[in-house]
Design a protein around this ligand. Structure first.
Ligand code: ZN
Ligand code: ZN
Length: 238
């Protein structure tokens, strides 16, 4: 199959690699229909991710269909349309049992190197997903109405943005400043805007314009004028 492989030295390339096989009865093999490039993929490309192994497949955001599943997989039928999670949780440790998968004691990630489990990633025709019952979500019910491209956001950047927003514990009469108008920042702002007023800041004029195009209040920060921009955007409130 074709896959995007980490070569090293700031290089990735599409190569022919063996198709993944089931290794344990909790695994599923997903035929990938859509995958995305994350900011984390740019970090590994620029050499900022320790433990990357040359020859490994990268990528951790994906939507696809279940191609094969181990006997222990009970939540997803073969052929089911599924969304993948960017982190791979075990599903059975104490944090996992309380659904705090980000605190899983066996936490791994797809396509991010040897320090996160050395799992081949999803920028490939097929990907092996361990503990598939917890790390895949079937796109059924209301979720079945989402296109693959829309659902793709749920596996990482939308979930990350919403979780970050929830940590702010924002009240309706408050104003939130979101620093960074990239994709995660936009989802964070989208979550916070459901509660109160949001102002986005970025040093990149194109990102400011993109956020404004989506209807957000966003200001371009140049040099060290962030405080002035916030004061202006909040009409002196902050
Ligand atoms: Zn990601
Ligand atoms: Zn766990």
């Amino acid at each position: 199959m074709k896959a995007v492989v980490f070569v090293g030295g700031g290089t990735v390339q599409v190569e022919d690699v063996p198709q993944p096989k089931l290794r344990s009865n909790g695994d599923a093999i997903v035929k990938v229909t859509h995958t995305a490039i994350c900011g984390s993929d740019l970090h590994l490309l620029s050499g900022h991710t320790p433990g990357m192994r040359a020859g490994s497949v990268i990528g951790h955001e994906f939507v696809g269909t279940v191609h094969d599943a181990g006997g222990g997989v009970t939540s997803h039928l073969e052929g089911a349309r599924v969304l993948g999670s960017f982190l791979i949780a075990c599903g059975s440790c104490a944090p996992c049992r309380t659904r705090r998968f980000n605190l899983c004691t066996e936490r791994r990630a797809l396509g991010l190197g040897t320090l996160t489990g050395d799992l081949d990633g999803a920028q490939a025709e097929y990907v092996r997903v361990p503990s598939a019952d917890v790390n895949l979500k079937s796109l059924i019910g209301d979720l079945s109405e989402l296109s693959d491209e829309e659902a793709l956001f749920g596996g990482d950047i939308l979930a990350t943005g919403f979780y970050g927003a929830s940590l702010a514990e924002m009240k309706p009469d408050e104003t939130a400043i979101v620093i960074g108008a990239g994709p995660v920042g936009i989802f964070t702002a989208g979550a916070l805007a459901r509660v109160g007023k949001v102002v986005m800041l970025d040093t990149d004029a194109r990102r400011v314009a993109a956020a404004q195009g989506l209807g957000f209040s966003a200001a371009h920060v140049v040099d060290d004028n962030a405080a002035d921009v916030v004061t202006q955007a909040t009409e002196g409130e902050l």
